[in-house]
Design a protein around this ligand. Structure first.
Ligand SMILES: C[S@@+](CC[C@H](N)C(=O)[O-])C[C@H]1O[C@@H](n2cnc3c(N)ncnc32)[C@H](O)[C@@H]1O
Length: 185
């Protein structure tokens, strides 16, 4: 039986809210087709979401996280995968290292439950990272944050040429939002 007084902890990230079903629901209920897509998972933690994405036949997966132990675990999980993957230790507050690590473009960017941590650590870095990720995203971004942050992010996404095409509705977890790059006129 679940002991509701003891919530599991995600390393480096504080309390874990919702369930994996909620978290994965946000990613897979929004209708994104991962087949043959390049995927960047920002704040990938131990790679559980990336691993589930890997079952949908993406072209490659790149995960980044500040926590070295987490990226090591993700790399070990992926040893049994036959798609190209890379998990990189990266502190998103370090602008130069972010620019070095996230060089190319990606079809799909996952930015899930990370922005709130980054804003607390460095609001300037959070702004820089959000803009950079939108610039690096060719097609679709799936984003999750507390409601007070999703408003400003929607505006930024709109300014960067994206439109919101999905919003997850679950009370146990902050909504995941899907943004798609608008067709060029
Ligand atoms: C709440 S967890 C979210 C994990 C996963 N994206 C998910 O949705 O289940 C936040 C993640 O952000 C990472 N993180 C926090 N601050 C970071 C930073 N400055 N640079 C890179 N990753 C960071 C944490 O290590 C943690 O894995």
């Amino acid at each position: 039986m679940q002991d509701t007084n003891k919530e599991p902890i995600v390393r480096g990230a504080g309390r874990f809210t919702g369930t994996w079903a909620d978290r994965l629901g946000g990613v897979f209920d929004c209708g994104v087709d991962f087949r043959n897509q390049s995927v960047l998972d920002v704040g990938c933690n131990i790679g559980i979401i990336s691993y589930e994405v890997s079952k949908r036949n993406p072209r490659l997966i790149h995960g980044v996280d500040i926590d070295q132990d987490s990226v090591d675990i993700a790399s070990r999980i992926f040893r049994g995968e036959d798609i190209p993957y890379q998990f990189t230790q990266l502190d998103l507050r370090n602008e130069q290292k972010v620019a070095d690590a996230i060089k190319g473009e990606y079809d799909i960017v996952l930015y899930l439950a990370v922005e709130q941590h980054l804003i607390r650590q460095s609001p300037d870095a959070a702004r820089y990272v959000s803009k950079l990720l939108l610039e690096k995203c060719n097609k679709t971004m799936i984003y999750r944050s507390p409601p007070n942050l999703s408003g400003p992010f929607k505006e930024l996404a709109n300014d960067c040429g994206f439109e919101k095409t999905y919003e997850q509705k679950r009370e146990s977890i902050n909504s995941a939002l899907r943004f798609d790059r608008k067709e060029q006129a």
